[in-house]
Design a binder for this molecule. Structure first.
Ligand code: SAM
Length: 364
């Protein structure tokens, strides 16, 4: 097998050579992506860049970020080629993320080509994006035309001073314009994500839910995870799922929505519906047992978990002809990555080591 795991610290960027042209005809389909614990993988998060227009304190440092080498960033041909192999292996949902995916100049081309992919039975794949929304007003019509089906937009606070402090950029109005553009474009379900933080925005949970309902969107609160570049995460400071539910339950009647499947968010109907609120409790209520996700970083590394310390390098196959440089070799790396997946992320294990990369470089 080609896909030898690499530890992140020992990996060096590979110089860009002429990538082989996508070989649609040689795509192999050797069955679904099932790991050692029987989990079938259907969801691939593709990070398009580690760059971002914001500097959220829980994600990136204000300055001194070690950016990925530009030569190591996957080209659109390489992304489409990898995604084509993944689709042939049963990945049916692709989510574009980063960094900020809308910073890629070729974003419409990426969306158009990925949205055209088909699964083994000919079913079109579903293409979603997680974004800070800042460039949506200018780009959304083209993105929808290109085949973007769903959007998650991140917004942690509705207060301008807080937003500027938390993201280190005074761009709340731009994010709000992005949310309005998404609402008007009619992509549903529209999801809004907020990381709940003690003493920062935990007094705004109800307001955020009301804001989301007013925009026909689903609010989702995320427990802060140990993925910040500064390694300052403090479990004792984290706002837990139970605390969030306690706060929301004092204002709304919450009824659990059954049938979560592999989704990261548990959901509750608000005051009898139709609106819902979600909580993503990766730390206090991990959902690894149903995880069907894997990740591709902007520099061509497959990851089987946000919190893993191993990556499976595709650049030798894509750029140096490793394993013959074929789609079969790409599929081998994909399957090695799946085979190496552990039963859980182990954040709650005393031996847990925070990944070397921050969230912006892994792809959130
Ligand atoms: N730039 C895009 C955005 O703002 O949504 C996509 C990338 S961002 C890394 C994706 C999601 O990860 C955002 O909703 C963000 O709030 C979340 N995130 C980043 N760091 C996190 C952390 N340490 N804990 C929990 N969520 C985090």
């Amino acid at each position: 097998m080609t896909g030898v795991p690499v530890t992140i610290s020992s990996r060096t960027a590979v110089a860009l050579a002429s990538p082989p042209a996508p070989a649609e005809s040689s795509r192999i389909a050797s069955g679904p992506l099932v790991d050692r614990f029987g989990r079938v993988h259907r969801d691939l998060r593709i990070s398009l860049t580690d760059r971002c227009s914001l500097r959220c304190t829980y994600c990136m440092p204000e300055q001194g970020n070690e950016w990925l080498a530009r030569t190591s960033i996957l080209t659109v041909d390489e992304i489409v080629r990898i995604a084509g192999v993944a689709a042939a292996a049963g990945i049916s949902t692709f989510r574009l993320t980063g960094g900020e995916p809308l910073l890629r100049r070729d974003i419409v081309d990426v969306v158009r080509r990925l949205a055209a992919l088909r699964g083994p039975d000919g079913t079109p794949v579903e293409l979603a994006m997680t974004t800070n929304g800042i460039r949506l007003p200018e780009l959304l019509p083209e993105l929808v035309d290109a085949g973007l089906a769903r959007l998650n937009i991140s917004i942690d606070t509705l207060r301008r001073d807080r937003f500027a402090e938390l993201t280190r950029r005074d761009r709340l109005d731009d994010v709000l314009a992005g949310i309005r553009a998404a609402q008007a474009a009619g992509l549903r379900p529209l999801k809004l994500n907020a990381v709940a933080m003690r003493g920062v925005n935990d007094d705004e949970l109800v307001e955020l839910v009301e804001f989301a309902m007013a925009h026909d969107a689903q609010m989702r609160f995320i427990e802060q995870m140990p993925l910040d570049a500064g390694h300052t995460w403090d479990r004792a400071q984290m706002v837990t799922r139970d605390e969030m539910l306690d706060t929301l339950g004092r204002r709304f009647a919450l009824t659990p929505v059954p049938g979560r499947g592999g989704a990261p968010a548990e959901r509750w109907e608000i005051d009898g519906g139709p609106h819902t609120v979600g909580v993503i409790a990766s730390v206090t209520a991990p959902f690894c047992g149903a995880c069907d996700r894997m990740r591709l970083t902007a520099d061509g590394q497959f990851r089987n978990c946000l919190f893993s310390n191993q990556e499976y390098d595709l650049l030798p196959v894509l750029r140096e002809g490793a394993g013959g440089g074929t789609d079969g070799a790409v599929d081998d790396v994909l399957r090695s990555c799946i085979a190496g997946k552990l039963p859980g992320h182990a954040i709650n294990d005393p031996s847990f080591l925070q990944p070397a990369r921050g969230m912006n470089a892994i792809g959130g």
